[in-house]
Ligand binder design. Structure first.
Ligand SMILES: Nc1ncnc2c1ncn2[C@@H]1O[C@H](COP(=O)(O)OP(=O)(O)OP(=O)(O)O)[C@@H](O)[C@H]1O
Ligand SMILES: [Mg+2]
Length: 423
């Protein structure tokens, strides 16, 4: 069976890390101390509602900047530190992934570190951003003479050494807009992390990743997918639809305010109706508050019917996404739902039925001192960003194999330079 690279490997020195999850419904910030041992320790969090984005895309700089500032201010005050650079998430901008393969001749010799550098350089040269910006290029699997399955090929003998690289790309303009919003809030972008990759780090078990698992992160405006096979991330996708669409559908169906619809969704909503939902009526205040219009009374099942309609649509696209990413067969049995939308009552049962898989809800873990208020699935990306920032994630695009030859510039400096170059 193929071996896998760990998703992350911990670096040694203790340092402060700061991350921002800029979502369609809220901006969340987190500051932590990443140490030599153990889990990153959270020292401050902050959160502000944000109406500056649509489907993960910045559409209003002022609102986005204000929410970023507010959330980071809160986190900074709690932590007692001032932050200059952040890692931030990206889920919009046509997030997509591909696998790039490369191979070099070894001629039967023992593989050396220099061969590994040549292989990475060869792989890197084959990556084509296709007019977009590369967010990640992670070595997935190494192969000796066409046989995939070595975690660290150094020392092995082979005629040919091959490597698969998982490349995640986004459109460049949305990235520039995100960068501008962060800069206007007087912060620098240290690194970008695809939201489904971050959420995967925070909620998936190692054994799940080895057996095959797909993460489905249902945000307010975007639903993202991350497929893991044989321990490595093999594909990501984004669907521009999310839990906010359910709210809007309820508001439209019952002519009520979105704030009312949001409350109805969370308090009365479900993915599956049970018998009593046909008999119990829910009162819905009208849109206008002039005292003339009567509140509407509808059976709860009717609200659930509206929710179901949207869920059918979202999970129709999720099923297509899973198929496209090759999540099929006996190693494609486990789904993990996260993101704020995963809080919807009876959603796991609905998804298990709709997609015929085992389903569980994923909540963030792996951080010490994460406050209970940030313990729900809506904070999976935030926690995962911190785990990513705290770790030394292998990346061929940003951690170029020429690192040894770059005077004065460490991996991070190269990453920042590369990011600047693409923004
Ligand atoms: N109990 C609940 N039932 C249904 N939906 C819920 C519930 N609780 C929260 N949500 C929804 O979760 C969404 C927020 O999720 P999340 O915080 O993950 O999104 P986001 O990060 O702001 O957006 P995105 O990632 O799409 O840009 C909101 O649309 C909210 O209505
Ligand atoms: Mg989100």
């Amino acid at each position: 069976m193929a071996r896998k690279l760990p998703l992350v490997a911990k670096p040694a020195a203790e340092r402060t890390i700061a991350v921002l999850d800029i979502g369609t419904s809220k901006v969340a910030a987190l500051i932590a101390i990443a140490g030599a041992d153990g889990e990153p320790r959270v020292i401050g969090v902050g959160q502000k509602p944000c109406a500056g984005l649509k489907r993960g895309l910045v559409t209003d700089f002022e609102k986005t900047e204000a929410a970023i500032r507010g959330a980071m201010d809160q986190a900074e005050r709690a932590a007692g530190v001032q932050i200059e650079f952040v890692h931030a998430s990206i889920s919009a901008g046509n997030l997509r992934s591909s696998v790039v393969s490369s191979e070099i001749d070894i001629a039967g010799a023992g593989i050396t570190a220099a061969d590994m550098d040549s292989l990475r350089a060869a792989g890197r040269a084959r990556i084509d951003p296709g007019g977009g910006t590369v967010v990640h290029a992670q070595p997935a699997l190494y192969a000796l003479d066409g046989q995939a399955g070595v975690e660290d090929p150094v020392g092995f003998h082979a005629d040919r050494l091959g490597m698969d690289i998982h490349v995640v790309t986004v459109d460049t303009p949305p990235l520039k807009n995100l960068d501008r919003a962060i800069k206007t809030a007087h912060l620098g972008l240290k690194g970008l992390v695809a939201s489904p990759l971050a959420a995967s780090l925070a909620v998936l078990e190692r054994e799940e990743r080895e057996l095959g698992v797909a993460l489905i992160e249902i945000g307010a405006g975007v639903t993202t997918i991350a497929v893991h096979s044989m321990g490595v991330l093999v594909g990501v996708a984004a669907i521009p639809m999310g839990a906010q669409d359910i709210t809007n559908d309820i508001a439209a169906a019952f002519a009520c305010r979105r704030a009312v619809a949001e409350r109805l969704k969370a308090l009365e909503g479900a993915a599956i109706a049970v018998n009593k939902d046909n008999h119990e009526a829910v009162e819905i205040p009208p849109m206008t508050d002039d005292g003339l219009a009567e509140p509407m009374r509808v059976p709860r099942a009717q609200i659930i019917g509206v929710i179901r309609h949207r869920l059918d649509l979202i999970f129709h696209h999720v099923a297509i996404g899973l198929d496209t990413l090759g999540f099929t067969g006996p190693q494609a049995r486990q789904l993990v739902l996260t993101g704020g939308g995963a809080e919807l009552r009876s959603l796991p049962d609905f998804v298990a039925g709709a997609l015929g898989r085992n389903v569980r809800i994923g909540r963030p873990r792996g951080l010490t001192g994460l406050p209970p208020a940030q313990g729900g699935p809506a904070f999976a990306t935030l926690a995962g960003l911190a785990l990513y920032a705290a770790a030394d994630v292998p990346d061929i695009w940003y951690h170029a194999p020429v690192a040894k030859a770059a005077p004065g510039g460490g991996r991070l400096a190269q990453m920042i330079e590369k990011l600047k170059g693409s923004l």
